[in-house]
Design a protein around this ligand. Structure first.
Ligand SMILES: CC(C)(COP(=O)(O)OP(=O)(O)OC[C@H]1O[C@@H](n2cnc3c(N)ncnc32)[C@H](O)[C@@H]1OP(=O)(O)O)[C@@H](O)C(=O)NCCC(=O)NCCS
Length: 131
């Protein structure tokens, strides 16, 4: 991604002790359309502390403030309610369903498509960072 200039995947460490928690990415960057896709994955031991939301919010700040994007898209398996909740906390709007978009462990599932438009982005809603 770095060589192609299409995005970046960032390691997320806990500020308090430097423990690696997971990653957050911005991919499929299209400078002409000023758009990109958001992704993330965290160690299950780190779930439920707001880390994904905090990390994704930092990446979105970079996307909108530094890269000057107009739209960030994200997709999530419809069974992944925690991921959908992360996106909704960040202000993403659910825009549609991709039918039978993914096969996980042999099971076919749909994906939801979410979008966040620059004018809807509210960095001021940022919570106090998790420890
Ligand atoms: C999805 C994932 C990133 C969430 O990480 P996290 O650090 O636990 O997320 P946060 O703590 O920031 O927020 C999770 C939210 O989902 C909610 N949640 C968790 N499980 C839930 C469930 N089964 N149903 C509904 N909401 C749920 C939490 O309560 C929290 O919302 P709240 O702040 O309103 O209470 C993490 O579970 C993960 O990495 N999963 C595996 C990879 C993955 O699914 N990546 C996304 C692919 S699209």
């Amino acid at each position: 991604m770095a060589q192609e200039g299409t995005g970046a995947r960032l390691a997320v460490d806990r500020a308090a002790d430097g423990v690696f928690l997971g990653w957050c990415s911005l991919t499929e960057w299209n400078p002409d359309h000023r758009s990109a896709s958001l992704g993330y994955c965290f160690d299950d031991a780190a779930w439920g502390h707001g880390y994904a939301t905090e990390a994704a919010r930092a990446v979105l700040r970079w996307a909108f403030d530094t890269l000057d994007l107009n739209r960030v898209q994200a997709e999530t398996d419809t069974r992944n309610l925690a991921s959908a909740r992360v996106l909704e906390k960040l202000g993403f709007v659910r825009e549609g369903t991709l039918r039978e978009d993914c096969v996980v462990h042999g099971e076919v599932s749909d994906s939801w498509v979410y979008g966040l438009i620059r004018r809807e982005w509210q960095p001021s809603s940022e919570p106090v960072p998790a420890g």
